[in-house]
Design a protein around this ligand. Sequence first.
Ligand SMILES: [Zn+2]
Length: 277
Amino acid sequence: MQTVTIGNVQVTPLLDTGLLMDPHQFMPKHAEQLLKEYSHVADERGLMPMSITCYLVRSEGKNVLVDTGLGNRRRPGFPVGHLDETLTAAGLAPGDIDVVLNTHLHIDHVGWNTVDREDGTREVFFPNARFVFQQAEWDFWMTPAQLAQPANAHLVECVEPLRDSGRITFFEGEKALDTNITFISTPGHTPGHVSIGIASAGERAVIIGDASHHPAQLIHPDWSPGFDTDPILSARTRDALFDRAITEDRTWLAGHWAYPGIGKLARLEGKRVFQAI
Ligand SMILES: [Zn+2]
């Protein structure tokens, strides 16, 4: 398990699960071109590797967990996540997590906020954590109408139990969590979607959440997947974040790119490229 150092901050990728992505489901309009450009990573069925990776950020003596994967529930069409085991492999217990940040409230980012035990009880998986949500994201999803949608069962299971727990802090926009960690507003995938900026001792990084799902978007930032709530805005946000990461020399931490999704973006012969580290 590789850890990258950003000044006085350590970032460790924690894999919840790998995934095989079908371009025809993921971005139907651009599937053929994606398969052509990335044929070297597709398997014989035309499926491409992606991951659901969470990131452990150690900053100012605290363990901050960015996103919590799919969780341990069996859901049709989704693999079961293993963040619990990856956390153990990183030498941590759930009780060691001080802060949980969900970049947004989709099913693959809030899964381990809670767990369902075999006796039917449900509990918060991180007993000592404070949960930080963006107010705009909460306001969009956590309404009676949204919670009543079958597709949003994960909100009922993984977010609603926190509502009256006294553990939530709401942030609006680009606030600092501590001296090293700041939210970067990256709306479009969802209305209150944020990326997590890290800056320490002259070094910088960004945990991008779902601002981008695939490196092909470096050249085609307008290739927005169908599940972006605002595909025009997400494309603009994505394009700007790529450029900002290059200009500010930020280490790029992309939780859905093939694991561990860590590297630098650069411009080579006029084209943006990803250099994995
Ligand atoms: Zn996602």
